[in-house]
Structures are given as structure tokens and as C-alpha cells.
Design a binder for this molecule. Structure first.
Ligand code: AMP
Length: 427
């Protein structure tokens, strides 16, 4: 056993699992293309101030989960805990708003939060996300929800639920907070210590508490949706209307709030029945004030992010399997001269895009055929010393077991044709 282990809250993703990740990433890119999103790549660390300003100082992320450090010049930098603030910063810095009134961007990469690790919750995790900047219409809220659901269906996820809510805007948020505070104020003793702290700083976040004792009490909470201002009510109504006409099933969850302060109006989550306690695979919403908050001209926006660890976990729990990219052929030379010939062939075949492995070891033929089985190749091409004389090898069909003598000259053509046929049949 090595004495070095991965840091708590991080994990290695080994090749068997990487196949699932690549499948998820590939599908996500295809779906993002369908909806006309373009990729943006931002740095993994940013000035700490960006997150303080963007995410909100009273959120859990800012108050206890940031990986912040000072660089050699004493500047405070932070490993990004999420992607939206960086995308908004990049959008502003590059002046994209002037060029593209509606910017549809997607990103992917590792995020860092000092959370208590548990199944599906890590300190380094990976997100893919979409942001629509310059999005005024309620249609845009719906489009990102529909996109997320479309994507999860494309990777075979079942038993998902879309939950939506509206958390209001700067006009009605104070009224919502007051309504909550007046109700909670009389009942503070029934709440956990964390919620009592949130009561002053950020009462809306109390709704997000997972403590069972608080949850029992929350059943009696007033519905915040009836104190929304007229504009927020209309927007919420329009979002539901679009969801209805696009036939996307959803549940209204009046207590759904999210862990980041920048959200206004629509918030949503996609929940899986296959995840256990950390059941949200995706979360997002509208953030109409973030760009202004970061110093830009006000620009409404909406977006979401999903967690790759959780998407992959659901696939594993649902036993969704994907085909891993494996070699098609094993070259099995026996002896040194045959090895040289096999090296030349390997080079030529790979340049014809045939994925292959070469077993150059001095092991026996039966050992090499075992390797062919383990790799799951379709064919093994055996090059024996005797056969070198007439410049031929034996092509062994690893499924049927039959064997055929084929010359070095013809093998390139032969394998290429067979591989192309295989590709056509296994698209
Ligand atoms: P958020 O950025 O908090 O809105 O989260 C969006 C999605 O990212 C969640 O629905 C999860 O799928 C994923 N996620 C958030 N935090 C973690 C974490 N600590 N570990 C793994 N996945 C996470």
C-alpha cells in the first residue's frame, strides 16, 4: 500500500469510470450544440473579491467553503467554487454584451468547496453548465430547463423530477424576508443553531436547511409565492406556461431556494431518485443582477450547472453501460524478427486509424492470445518466425476462433476494410 492517498474530498477517476465521463461530456457537447451554446474556458482561480461580490458574503460557500490563498505578491485568490461568476466576469471583461446581445455560453471543469464529504459530495467536483446572458424573456428560463432535461434523458437517466420556484427580485425580496422573519421570529427555539444564525443574516437560506427537526416545522411556513411583486408573478407564470406548452413535467416547490445569493425570480433543481441524500443532480436559475453587481450595464441572465460525479453515479446505480474505446486488433509476434515486422505493421495500421495493441513480449502464443481476450480485440494477427519466410501471418478471429493466412502486403487493406465495416455496423 502506498503511504500517499488522495486528499479528503477528492478522488481519482480510473479508466473504467472515465469511459462514462467521456460519454457524458460528449453527449453534453452535442446537446449544447443543438441549443446553440458556445464553449468558454475561464481560469480555475480568480480574485477572491469576485466570488465575495458575486455569490454573496452570507452564503455557506463564502463563509465556510472557499479555498482561498495568498499568492507571492500577497493577492487573495480563490479556487473557483462555481462557474457562473467567472463566466459573468469574462463576458464583461471581453465586452461581449455589445457584440452579442444574447450570449449563450457553456463551460466545464473542476470546482472546489470545503464541504463535509459524503456520497456524491466532494471538495473537488466537476460541473458542466450553461449561461444565457442578455436573457430577458421567460422563454430563456424554460429553454435551459428543457435543455438540462433533454441532456439527462440522452445519457439514459430515469426517475428525475424538475422542481421550480421563484425567489423574487430586489423589489419583493425584502417583503418575502419580512414575511419569513415574522413567522420564524416567534418560533426561533424550534430551529437548529445554524438556522438561528441565518435568521438575521439571510433568512431565505433557512428554507434550505436539511435538519429533520427544522423540516418538520417548515410544513407550517407561509407560501412565499403570494408576496411576489407583479413583475415576478408574471414572469413565473410565463415560465410555467412555456414549460406546459413544451410538455415538460415539473413540480412547484415553494420552499426551493439555492445556496447562492445572485438568484432572482426563477430557481430550479433536477432531483434524482437514485442519489440518496445528495439528490440534486442539477441546479440553476435566473440572476438578473449579477452583471450589474460586477460593475457592468444591467443584463439579465439565466443558467444552470450539473455535477458530473452525480450524473455518473446515477448511471452506475441505474446500470447504464457505455462502450469503452478498446483496440480492434492485437499484433502477436513470436520472436525478435517477427517483432520488428510487427512494429512496422503497427505503425502503418495506426496511421490508417486502426486502434491496436502490440504484444512485443517474449511470452508464448497462448499467453498472447489470453491478452487478446482480456483486451476484447476482434482479431489477433500472429506473426511466427516460420511464417516470416513467406511474408505471411495468421489472422485469428477472436469471436469465431477461425484462422486465416494473410500476407503482410494484404493485411493492411484487409484489416482496414473489416474495421470500417465494424464501425458502420456499430455506430
Ligand atoms: P450549485 O453550484 O450548488 O448550484 O450545484 C449545481 C450542481 O453541482 C449540483 O446539483 C450537484 O450536482 C453539483 N454539486 C454541487 N456541489 C457539489 C459537491 N460538493 N460535490 C459534488 N457535486 C456537487
Amino acid at each position: 500500500m502506498t503511504k500517499y492517498t488522495v486528499p479528503r474530498g477528492t478522488r481519482d477517476i480510473l479508466p473504467e469510470e472515465v469511459a462514462l465521463w467521456q460519454f457524458v461530456e460528449q453527449k453534453a457537447r452535442e446537446i449544447f450544440d443543438l441549443y446553440n451554446f458556445r464553449e468558454i474556458r475561464t481560469p480555475i482561480f480568480e480574485h477572491t473579491e469576485l466570488f465575495l461580490r458575486g455569490i454573496g458574503e452570507n452564503t455557506d460557500i463564502i463563509s465556510k467553503e472557499m479555498y482561498s490563498f495568498q499568492d507571492r505578491k500577497g493577492r487573495s485568490l480563490t479556487l473557483r467554487p462555481e462557474g457562473t461568476a467567472s463566466v459573468a466576469r469574462a463576458y464583461l471583461e471581453a465586452g461581449r454584451g455589445q457584440r452579442e446581445p444574447l450570449s449563450k455560453l457553456w463551460y466545464q471543469g473542476p470546482m472546489f468547496r470545503y464541504e463535509r464529504p459524503q456520497a456524491g459530495r466532494y471538495r473537488q467536483f466537476h460541473q458542466m453548465g450553461c449561461e444565457v446572458l442578455g436573457a430577458t424573456s421567460a422563454y430563456q428560463d424554460t429553454e435551459v430547463i428543457v435543455l438540462a432535461q433533454h441532456f439527462f434523458e440522452s445519457i439514459g437517466l430515469k426517475d428525475l423530477e424538475v422542481h421550480i420556484n421563484s425567489v423574487g427580485c430586489p423589489t419583493c425580496r425584502p417583503v418575502i424576508k419580512e414575511r419569513l422573519k415574522s413567522f420564524l421570529g416567534d418560533n426561533l427555539d424550534s430551529l437548529c443553531a445554524d438556522c438561528r444564525k441565518r435568521f438575521e443574516a439571510n433568512p431565505l437560506r433557512i428554507l434550505d436547511c436539511k435538519n429533520p427537526q427544522c423540516n418538520e416545522f417548515f410544513v407550517m411556513l407561509p407560501d412565499i409565492s403570494d408576496v411576489l411583486c407583479a413583475e415576478c408573478k408574471e414572469h413565473y407564470h410565463d415560465v410555467q406556461n412555456y414549460l406546459n406548452i413544451m410538455r415538460l413535467k415539473y413540480k412547484i416547490k415553494p420552499r426551493l431556494v439555492r445556496g447562492l445569493d445572485y438568484y432572482t425570480k426563477t430557481v430550479f433543481e433536477i432531483i434524482s431518485a437514485h442519489l440518496g441524500a445528495q439528490n440534486a443532480v442539477c441546479g440553476g436559475g435566473r440572476y438578473d443582477n449579477l452583471i450589474k453587481e460586477l460593475g457592468g450595464t444591467p443584463s439579465p441572465a439565466v443558467g444552470f450547472a450539473f455535477g458530473l460525479e452525480r450524473a455518473v453515479l446515477i448511471m452506475q446505480n441505474q446500470k447504464v453501460s457505455v462502450r469503452e474505446h478498446r483496440p480492434y486488433l492485437l499484433l502477436a509476434p513470436l520472436g525478435e524478427n517477427a517483432g520488428n515486422r510487427a512494429a512496422i505493421l503497427a505503425n502503418k495500421l495506426r496511421r490508417r486509424n486502426i486502434p491496436l495493441e502490440i504484444d512485443i513480449s517474449s511470452r508464448s502464443l497462448s499467453a498472447k492470445l489470453k491478452t487478446a481476450d482480456r483486451l476484447g480485440v476482434r482479431y489477433a494477427y500472429i506473426l511466427g518466425e516460420d511464417e516470416l519466410v513467406d511474408k505471411c501471418g495468421q489472422l485469428k478471429d477472436m469471436q469465431g476462433g477461425s484462422q486465416k493466412k494473410i500476407s503482410f502486403e494484404k493485411i493492411l487493406e484487409e484489416i482496414e476494410n473489416r474495421y470500417q465495416k465494424y464501425r458502420r455496423e456499430n455506430k
